[in-house]
Design a protein. Structure first.
Length: 94
């Protein structure tokens, strides 16, 4: 089951990359020039007073998959509700 989850995260990351470039063609240059990047294809965020977010992603170096990443966040303050979003983090240098 774990291998299936890993494959699913990789597939979603590939689809998210296509969607990032489709929605903003200038992002293709960022993907091409970056030393590396992490794509989190599905980050879930929610809270009521105290909130949190979490997601799994795929790590790329020179456009090749080199690993997986986990994102987690905790927040305190006025908040209510939830959302899901995609996130990409670019690395300019090693």
């Amino acid at each position: 089951m774990k291998n299936l989850n890993i494959i699913w995260v990789i597939v979603l990351a590939c689809a998210a990359k296509v969607e990032f470039i489709k929605s903003d063609p200038l992002m293709k240059g960022l993907f091409d020039k970056a030393t590396g990047y992490v794509i989190f294809p599905n980050v879930g965020k929610g809270g009521f007073g105290i909130g949190g977010a979490a997601g799994n992603g795929t790590v790329y170096e020179h456009n090749k998959i080199v690993g997986l990443a986990k994102l987690s966040q905790l927040s305190i303050g006025f908040q209510a509700g939830g959302q899901a979003y995609r996130e990409v983090i670019f690395f300019e240098s090693k």
